[in-house]
Design a protein around this ligand. Structure first.
Ligand code: GLA
Length: 378
């Protein structure tokens, strides 16, 4: 059964009635453009074939949430617009924000059931999939007729204001607007986008090392970048964002920064440039050029943004040694999660088999990435 059918079945089993609406949204893997979305940079995510489905219906005065995944304890609490500190906050935040859009019935409340094929903690944004699927299910049930962009904005607001993670827009937009078989070249400042056909094969190797965005390292990086921008702006007030710095101007701007700030800024400026070039290389089928940029992105995340880990580095390096592999890099926030492996067209199956059979690497999950599509009402 697909996640939508499982979410509907779980809803009926738990609450004894059929859901009012069911929607689903995909996880994502970012091909390149890492740690630039919250500076308004360019990103290039692909939606995964794996999806999270949310079934929603009324529960007057209560917030009820149940997930198929037994690690997520069922929630049944009085309806209140406050964070509970549990997994259900991602969905509850969306429900609270959407309920506040219009004055609704006095006894507002929602019951949710969640079924998902998106791995949790693997750096593929299971949280945005849950948020966007919840937004679409409530939108269908409450007949709000929001566009996919608007659903992504609500989902993003839920994550930043309700859950409290200062993330950029990449994950929610990827879950909402990506077209099938394509990567999404997204400008995170203007939300202008372009679909780029995926002309390489992709494998995603989960290292088993877990990260949690709420642990503070992510927020610290963002604050470091913002402090660097503030320092540069003291001399160059017309500069709006780090991603606006042309790579050729970097050396002139760096001396006023601390060495650490300099490393962060070099990553952001060069990653912006790499993403632009990578989208063109992918589009023109230049797999070698694309993969060289992917490898350079990993080195930059490791050495300059300092968000890789010894295990991510080792898995990326081992993958690069395999025949028919063109490049590899850590994906998502880092400090654990997954490695993206870029392969020659047609090679994903054999590369995935080799990686999962490598007992020294002991990877808990290796999957061939079949690019999926954004949110849909089921
Ligand atoms: C996490 C965040 C995204 C993005 C990436 C790093 O996945 O949710 O907004 O910042 O890290 O590129």
């Amino acid at each position: 059964m697909n996640p939508a059918a499982r979410a509907a079945a779980l809803f009926r089993a738990r609450y004894g009635v059929a859901p009012a609406a069911v929607a689903s949204a995909p996880g994502r893997v970012n091909l390149i453009g890492e740690h630039v979305d919250y500076y308004g940079g360019l990103v290039l995510p692909v939606a995964l074939g794996e999806r999270t489905a949310v079934a929603a219906g009324p529960a007057p005065g209560r917030l009820r949430a149940v997930a198929e995944d037994v690690r997520f304890t069922p929630v049944d609490v009085p309806w209140a617009p406050v964070r509970a500190g549990t997994w259900s906050d991602y969905a509850a935040g969306v429900a609270v924000l959407m309920a506040a859009e219009r004055s609704g019935p006095d006894e507002l409340g929602v019951a949710l059931a969640v079924a998902s094929d998106v791995p949790v903690g693997a750096g593929v944004s299971s949280s945005a999939a849950l948020e966007v699927a919840t937004a679409a299910a409530l939108d269908a049930w409450w007949q709000r007729r929001h566009t996919p962009d608007a659903l992504a904005r609500i989902a993003h607001a839920a994550e930043t204001t309700f859950v409290g993670v200062p993330c950029g827009m990449m994950d929610q937009m990827a879950a909402a607007v990506t077209s099938a078989h394509c990567a999404l070249l997204l400008d995170c400042r203007t939300l202008e986008r372009e679909s780029v056909p995926v002309t390489v094969d992709l494998v995603l190797a989960d290292t088993g090392e877990r990260h949690d965005l709420r642990d503070g390292a992510y927020a610290r990086r963002r604050a470091e970048g913002e402090a660097a921008l503030a320092r540069i702006r003291a001399d160059h007030p017309s500069l709006d964002a780090l991603v606006d710095i042309p790579p050729a101007r970097l050396s002139a701007l760096l001396p006023v920064l601390t060495p650490e700030q300099g490393r962060r800024v070099r990553h952001v400026v060069n990653e912006q440039q790499r993403t632009r070039l990578a989208a063109r290389a992918l589009e023109s089928g230049d797999a070698e050029a694309f993969s060289a940029l992917v490898n350079a992105s990993h080195a930059s995340l490791r050495d300059l943004y300092e968000c890789s880990s010894p295990r991510l580095d080792a898995v990326a390096e081992a993958a690069r040694q395999l025949p028919r592999v063109l490049g590899a890099r850590m994906v998502g926030a880092g400090w654990g999660g997954s490695v993206l492996v870029v392969c020659e067209p047609g090679a994903a199956g054999v590369v995935a088999a080799q990686l999962s059979g490598d007992t020294a690497l002991a990877l808990p999950a290796v999957r061939v990435v079949v690019p999926g599509e954004g949110v849909r009402v089921e």
